[in-house]
Design a protein around this ligand. Structure first.
Ligand SMILES: NC(=O)c1ccc[n+]([C@@H]2O[C@H](COP(=O)([O-])OP(=O)(O)OC[C@H]3O[C@@H](n4cnc5c(N)ncnc54)[C@H](OP(=O)(O)O)[C@@H]3O)[C@@H](O)[C@H]2O)c1
Length: 257
């Protein structure tokens, strides 16, 4: 399995494509196979063939856990996988988490490990659980959008987006449409498990990046949970490319089939 590597020139071309700037055709002679893997992994995120485009990601252990029972999740995956996550952030218009992750991890959701600009930060917080001092509310020039289903008062720099509930949940496809109407056409759903699972169950993801780390946590929340099926022939079997990220293995799943 070819490691994905770092390819500064290709990365610059991907950032150009993501920003809509004219970009030279990529050349792969220098690093051969690794450069092709790198390009295939990111080109469809930088310039998807349709919009809105939604990619989900989760990092999990060999036994399918995303955190310990107390919610400690830093870090399941190794440094190359963290860099990969920052690359995804740099290529999209918006990065979205559920309020469970915003409260448990207090993430910044910025791009720090690679060159590139930080996307809009989006939280699904139906009932106003997001603390006013959450790190993702930092005043750094990036948009902050909160998706809610009730009229909740938010700090002045937050753009509230109110989406109607259906059966106690906000339908992920409604979230995607509401964000696209506000200019967020490429969306990364970064976690946690409930949020990514809801988007997957609603067929609102085009791609899913599952990054499996060689660690056994033994107990704690698991990654994807979907409505039960009786027989395996009803299971999702996406076409997947398998890529090495340091010691971790990334399954790049195409869900459009
Ligand atoms: N390993 C990884 O890749 C990774 C990534 C991110 C997070 N994490 C870990 O995951 C854990 C948090 O995940 P989680 O699954 O508990 O929570 P989560 O998915 O981050 O947030 C779930 C909450 O967000 C709101 N929400 C999300 N989608 C909604 C929808 N469609 N409709 C209505 N409400 C919606 C609900 O808030 P209300 O409860 O207010 O209704 C829901 O309870 C933490 O331990 C974190 O460290 C791991």
């Amino acid at each position: 399995m070819t490691p994905v590597g770092t390819h500064p020139e290709l990365w610059g071309q991907l950032l150009d494509r993501a920003a809509g700037r004219p970009a030279a055709a990529p050349t792969f002679e220098a690093d051969g196979e690794a450069a092709c893997v790198f390009w295939r992994l990111y080109a469809g995120v930088a310039a998807p063939d349709h919009r809105p485009f939604v990619i989900g990601q989760l990092g999990q252990s060999l036994d399918g856990r995303i955190a310990t029972p107390s919610g400690h999740s830093h870090y399941v995956n190794g440094p190359e996988a963290i860099t990969h996550l920052h690359r995804l952030r740099a290529l999209v218009d918006g990065v979205l988490v559920g309020v469970g992750t915003a409260v448990a991890d207090d993430p910044r959701l910025t791009v720090r490990h690679v060159p590139g600009r930080s996307p809009a930060r989006i939280v699904i917080d139906p009932r106003g659980r997001l603390p006013e001092d959450a790190a993702l509310l930092a005043d750094d020039g990036c948009r902050v959008i909160v998706v809610q289903c009730a009229n909740v008062r938010r700090p002045p720099r937050v753009e509230p987006v109110t989406v109607a509930e259906r059966g106690g949940q906000i339908a992920p496809r409604d979230v995607v449409q509401a964000l696209a109407a506000r200019g967020v056409h490429r969306l990364l759903v970064e976690g946690g498990a409930q949020t990514v699972s809801a988007f997957l169950a609603a067929e609102a993801l085009d791609r899913l990046h599952m990054c499996v780390a060689p660690i056994l946590i033994g107990s704690g929340p698991t990654g994807i949970t979907l409505p039960p099926i009786e027989r395996l022939n009803a299971a999702l079997r996406p076409v997947a490319e398998v890529v090495r990220l340091g010691r971790d293995v990334l399954f790049d799943c195409d869900l459009r089939g």
